[in-house]
Design a protein around this ligand. Structure first.
Ligand code: SAM
Length: 326
């Protein structure tokens, strides 16, 4: 199996992680192992703990370890939200300190290209969209066919920032009464059925991947369903909170995100954890006892260079934020 993924903002992520020889690091999103291998090369006797939910990413990394005889890589096929449990399982009672953690969120190109996964509307495939086949493999289909119209509209609005959330939800509900929606093609047709003709004209069609509106009309709904299927925002919140407790002082937390919902979670988490007292402003004295846990390094998020975007269009929506544990 060939696992293709061109790492995004790799040199920037490394610059902010500052990997040091003999220190340990966590790559929370192994993917095609671009970040993991770069870290493993730089830390000598230190260890990289690399996590991914996707069995294909794990199989690819295991092959790389064998081929390249890598000794300092520990792999976990798990959800990064379980990071404390993963460390406990992998290192048992040995006390291990980590000097940095990196998250490169979302999907890899290999997952997007895998026709059995249903992540892309570019091909007509089963409606799965989960990062791990161990999750069951039917959740997206269940959301689309069983959730109430109001819940579908909420998912599309909150996770896709889709302005036509209601008419799309209604169109899906109408169509699934006639026949369950079981493929990406059927879902695209149902989304199309809920959109105004004028908007559709401006948006791109599957045959013309770019149109007046810039993105394909199904993009936001697909993003929303993927986020809901994998509880991506909940997992990110849980993992960031755990990471701030795991990384040692002066260690780094680096996050590369690809849409505003993820970026907002990272930005707000860093902002809140950089603060001391978080009592309401009208409080007479502090009762929260909140202590700052980190220092923000990137006041504004970093974006990929024009050169990288030209080479790798996936990089165009990437935003990198970094903080140091104090
Ligand atoms: C953009 S790719 C990472 C690419 C990687 N940095 C590289 O250089 O090849 C994101 C990866 O994160 C994984 N992932 C997403 N959510 C996850 C989660 N909650 N727990 C573990 N892995 C997750 C996906 O399966 C995917 O392989």
């Amino acid at each position: 199996m060939e696992y293709r993924h061109e790492p995004v903002m790799l040199s920037e992520a490394l610059a902010y992680l500052e990997p040091k020889s003999g220190k340990n690091y966590i790559d929370a999103t192994l993917g095609g192992a671009g970040y993991t291998l770069a870290l493993a090369e730089r830390i000598g006797t230190g260890k990289v703990l690399a996590i991914d939910l996707d069995e294909l990413a794990i199989a690819n990394a295991e092959e790389l370890i064998k081929k390249r005889k890598i000794k300092n890589l520990i792999i976990a096929n798990d959800n990064f939200a379980n990071i404390e449990k993963i460390i406990e399982e992998k290192f048992k009672r040995r006390k291990i300190k980590f000097s940095g953690i990196v998250f490169d969120l979302g999907l890899s190109s290999a997952q997007l290209a895998d026709r059995s996964r249903g992540f892309s509307f570019a091909a007509d495939t089963p409606l799965l969209m989960n990062f791990s086949s161990a999750q069951g493999g039917e959740l997206t289909e269940r959301i689309v066919n069983r959730e109430k119209e109001t819940e579908l509209a909420r998912i599309f609005r909150e996770f896709g920032e889709e302005k036509f959330a209601w008419p799309i939800a209604k169109s899906i509900a109408r169509r699934r009464k006639e026949k369950p929606i079981r493929s990406t093609g059927a879902l695209v047709a149902a989304i199309e059925g809920g959109l105004p003709k004028g908007y559709l004209k401006k948006s791109s069609s599957p045959r013309h991947s770019r149109g007046g509106a810039g993105i394909h009309f199904a993009t936001r709904v697909f993003q929303a369903l993927r986020i809901a299927t994998n509880d991506e925002l909940g997992n990110l919140r849980r993992a960031l909170s755990a990471a701030a407790g795991i990384i040692e002082k002066k260690g780094r937390v680096v996050v590369v995100s690809y849409h505003s919902l993820e970026d907002r979670i990272v930005k707000n988490f860093f902002r809140d954890e950089a603060k001391g007292c978080i009592c309401p402003p009208q409080s007479f004295s502090c009762s929260c006892g909140h202590e700052p846990r980190l220092r923000i390094i990137t006041k504004k998020p970093l974006v990929a260079s024009a050169g990288e975007i030209a080479r790798n269009p996936r990089a165009r929506s990437a935003k990198l934020r970094a903080a140091e544990i104090i």
